[in-house]
Ligand binder design. Structure first.
Ligand SMILES: [Zn+2]
Length: 76
């Protein structure tokens, strides 16, 4: 199972409530207070290479794609 959404399996597991309960117990992601796992890109959901400055909350790839439309200029 990917980190994208552990709730994807819920629709299949709703047929058996006991198995759903067990699935939730073992697969619910840990609630993070610090670190990389706390911050995700708001556009694509990626964890790595996160840009927090100016309240962007984008990963580097999304920033490169959106930078011009946001108003950033490249000087080099
Ligand atoms: Zn992104």
């Amino acid at each position: 199972m990917t980190t994208s959404d552990y709730k994807k399996a819920f629709t299949q597991l709703k047929a058996n409530p006991i198995k759903l309960k067990k699935y939730k117990k073992h697969n619910t992601p840990k609630v993070r207070k610090t670190g990389i796992g706390l911050r995700r890109c708001k556009r694509c959901g990626r964890f790595g290479a996160h840009i927090r400055s100016y309240g962007l909350h984008l990963c580097r790839t999304c920033f490169r794609e959106d930078a011009k439309s946001i108003g950033f200029k490249k000087f080099s």
